[in-house]
Design a protein around this ligand. Structure first.
Ligand SMILES: C[S@@+](CC[C@H](N)C(=O)[O-])C[C@H]1O[C@@H](n2cnc3c(N)ncnc32)[C@H](O)[C@@H]1O
Length: 237
């Protein structure tokens, strides 16, 4: 695993975080050292998928990056009879998946999730992806996924969140910084990455997400994970 040193040096004022070749090369190390509970999330997304998977249906891993969720799901569901469509808009991510993963159950596709059609699916996974979609497109996108997913199917959604109560937000942000420091990032690296992400990743509150779930017609949603400012829900149709 190549070490993430991307923000070890000064960045130009106009620098923006994108999922290019440089990020792809260090992504595994970056995500493990930046997202508290990442391994737990990946493992349990596999189990949730197994619980709700319907025979002969497909699974969509949207914003798959290096395919961690797809691999977890394919390892947990022994009798998978459909296809796992692992989709990402980043050319370098999809290329890396193609070079590193050889799994007959997973089909890697380079595409924008805004252009993705959901066909006969019981499980749709958005693990840390919706936060990179422009806020004004999120409701319609989720509505469409929820409309297309099979009855009793699920959307598994993980997001970094902002807390509307300032004290709680300060607490979770400072713990998240502390977590990253303990994983070997300097405060300078942490701050540079925050600046780089500012215009790329737009986070919302738990309340905003849950209001959106109700707006798209989902009344059965469950928060199954929270670690500091990272939350994951299961939305059941
Ligand atoms: C934080 S990563 C997701 C991590 C991954 N799901 C995992 O579990 O390891 C976000 C991913 O979403 C992808 N992405 C962002 N916007 C996208 C879009 N509009 N369509 C498809 N993929 C997108 C990025 O290229 C990136 O690989």
């Amino acid at each position: 695993m190549k070490k993430d040193n991307l923000y070890n040096k000064d960045i130009p004022n106009n620098h923006k975080f994108i999922f290019d070749n440089d990020v792809t090369n260090v992504f595994e190390d970056m995500v493990h050292r930046s997202v508290p509970g990442y391994e737990f999330l990946i493992d349990n997304i596999g189990y949730i998928a197994k619980k709700f998977y319907q025979p002969n249906s497909n699974i969509y891993d949207l914003g798959c990056s290096l395919g961690a969720c797809s691999i977890s799901v394919s390892e947990k569901i022994e009798d998978l009879t459909g296809t796992i469509f692992a989709i990402d808009s980043s050319e370098s991510m999809i290329k890396a998946c193609g070079n590193n993963i050889n799994n007959k159950n997973i089909e890697f596709i380079r595409s924008d999730i805004l252009d993705t059609d959901i066909i006969n699916s019981s499980v749709i996974i958005l693990n840390l992806t919706l936060q990179f979609i422009s806020i004004d497109k999120r409701t319609e996108l989720l509505r469409e996924f929820f409309r297309k997913i099979n009855n009793k199917g699920v959307i598994i959604l993980t997001e970094k969140i902002i807390n509307n109560k300032k004290n709680d937000d300060d607490f979770s942000k400072s713990f998240h910084d502390f977590y990253k420091q303990n994983k070997g990032y300097s405060q300078e690296e942490i701050d540079r990455k925050k600046i780089a992400l500012k215009n790329t990743m737009k986070i919302e509150s738990e309340k905003q997400h849950e209001e959106r779930f109700m707006e798209i017609g989902c009344n059965s949603f469950y928060k199954w994970f929270q670690c500091y400012n990272f939350v994951s829900w299961v939305l059941v149709k």
